[in-house]
Design a protein around this ligand. Sequence first.
Ligand code: SAM
Length: 343
Amino acid sequence: AGIRDALDRIREDFPAREDLKILLSLCDPDEMGYLHATACIVRNTYCQERIALRALVEISSVCKNSCRYCGLNRYNREASRYTMRDDEVMQSVRLAAKQGFRTVVLQSGENGCSSQAIAQLISQIKQEFPVAVTLSLGERPWEDYLAWKQAGADRYLLRIESTDDELYRSLHTDRALSSRMECLEQLETLGYQVGSGIMVGLPGQSISTIARDIQFFAEKQFAMIGIGPFIPHPQTPLAKAKRGDLNLTLNTIALTRIVTKYPWMPATTALGSLQRDYRKEGLQAGANVIMPNFTPQCYKNQYVIYPNKQSKTENKKSLEQLARRVGLSIDYGRCDSLLPGWA
Ligand code: SAM
């Protein structure tokens, strides 16, 4: 009864931290099942019974940052660094468009590509293919975000990683939470469909921190929210840390869905990269996006954020099979923001 009451309260009002903490901690299979099923009802009501597809292209592994959790951080001397040529990116986008994808996500480390080169690439993609362009290129100056929007970019993903100031500082030696927040606000002002998200299981993170992150999502209303487990990378300062807990990650996805209702939420690549592929469980906890990897094979193995990253090529048949297994169908449209008021 306590769990049902807490669930009823967070569905009706702004979620209280104590209720979120109780629900995040669930580990009994029946109780978790109830929480995840509730999240699926919310998803199906506000987003329909469908999965959106996004084609991921990892355009550069060059990075000037030193995020302590990430294999691409600049102090990792063993990391391979590459930047894809424009014609290689166009080839990946062509392949995705030909297979019916209507969104491409260009992702990279930070500062591997000049602002102008990215703007040119965006215009070229928009001229040649009927796809929405999502960028995931990190923190950049306002001028870059503006130039890319003018070139035709539609959406931007920038995870907040954690809304806890102290935790954020302990993970990023050269950046502050405030600059991340500022970037998110700039992107919103420029008219991007904005996505954010967190990692679950970061060293130093507690249930209470995650509850606060979920409250942040409820306050902000992002068009997209990505939540995945932290996976330690052997060539980072967090090599010996424990990986994020699967159940806690799934509960975080479910609660975020229940309190935010509308976002496109991926069953993340990190969820697909644990002992086995848990993206199906992510969809059963309220997620509704799959992001197959379209990075050319020769670069895929060099974009190592964390080990054993799930990056096998997936075809239409296997994606449709996955959708069917969770009672959803694939929407081959652009799948733009579902937030009320988004035109
Ligand atoms: N540089 C861009 C940025 O920071 O937004 C985009 C690339 S970054 C590698 C993409 C995301 O990978 C980050 O937002 C972070 O949440 C996730 N990530 C990095 N290291 C990770 C790890 N060890 N385990 C799980 N996710 C990780």
